[in-house]
Design a protein around this ligand. Structure first.
Ligand code: NAD
Length: 261
């Protein structure tokens, strides 16, 4: 029960990595405000929790929604201890020689500005809370690895740098800020994203299955719980000497292929 008495906010909470993290934090005692645009998924998570999980509808591309989310959590629970800025989807898939200004902005709003605004509107409620910790979801794409579209990769690289500057800005208040870089994790993101064309969905699934089964040093698909465990480490006191950095949780994807000799 590492998080007993703690108040946590998780975005992108209705599915995948966010949902696994909500269940991990709540399972270890936190009161969790679970935010998402998926009302059915979010409400179901809250309904199954005996009051320990509150669902808040929040579109992270709307700063006013994020501000309202953080204010509501702090008003109900008296402050915020842990924030996981995680919501996301595939973003615009065009290469740099084809991307539109609108596609670029839409991707940055969803994946980078959302994290900046999450930190912006949560941090006033975290000042002076012992062990306050913010975790942001980046990606192996932020490190130049994986098969990620241009705008997605740039937004995620921005999340890593934002993590560093926010960590220095907020150190004076005792708030730590770190990021997580998942490898390929078995979630809905490869198929639910509006930007994945219907005809590509099976191919996307096959690539993911093939990556983990055939090549990756850890020979299994990454699961949302693999990331939730690492987020819980960054959110808790065991990582109290870490700030402004990231954890890479990718089954070895970025170090090269598994080989049999
Ligand atoms: P997922 O599709 O299972 O979950 C994403 C959740 O975010 C969904 O519940 C969705 O409704 C929500 N969401 C989407 N747009 C939103 C918005 N505008 N406002 C609020 N909520 C919104 O996918 P996932 O894999 O769990 O993705 C979570 C994060 O992990 C994303 O930031 C993604 O870029 C990142 N990531 C995933 C992988 C992977 O392999 N799955 C790898 C690296 C990084």
């Amino acid at each position: 029960m590492r998080f007993a008495g703690k108040v946590a906010v998780v975005t992108g909470a209705a599915s995948g990595i966010g949902k696994a993290t909500v269940l991990k934090l709540a399972g270890e005692g936190a009161h969790v405000f679970a935010a998402d645009i998926d009302e059915a998924g979010g409400e179901a998570l809250a309904a199954a929790s005996n009051g320990q999980i509150d669902f808040v509808r929040c579109d992270v591309t709307r700063p006013a929604d994020i501000e309202a989310l953080m204010n509501a959590a702090a008003a109900k629970a008296g402050g915020i201890d842990i924030v996981f800025n995680n919501a996301g989807a595939g973003g615009d898939r065009a290469p740099i020689d084809e991307i539109t200004p609108e596609g670029w902005d839409r991707t940055m709003d969803l994946l980078l500005k959302s994290v900046a605004m999450g930190i912006r509107y949560a941090s006033p409620h975290m000042k002076g809370r012992k062990g306050a910790s913010i975790v942001n979801t980046a990606s192996v794409a932020a490190l130049g690895a994986g098969y990620s579209p241009t705008a997605y990769a740039v937004a995620k690289a921005g999340v890593l740098h934002l993590t560093k500057v926010a960590a220095t800005d907020l150190a004076r208040y005792g708030i730590r800020v770190n990021a997580i870089c998942p490898g390929f994790i078995n979630t809905n993101i490869f198929t639910s994203s509006l930007d994945v064309p219907e005809e590509s969905k099976d191919a996307a699934k096959a690539v993911i299955a093939g990556m983990s089964a055939a090549a990756q040093p850890v020979a299994r698909g990454g699961q949302p719980e693999d990331i939730a465990n690492a987020v819980a480490y960054l959110a808790g006191e065991d990582s109290s000497f870490m700030t402004g950095t990231h954890l890479l949780v990718d089954g070895g994807l970025t170090i090269g292929q598994r080989h049999a000799w």
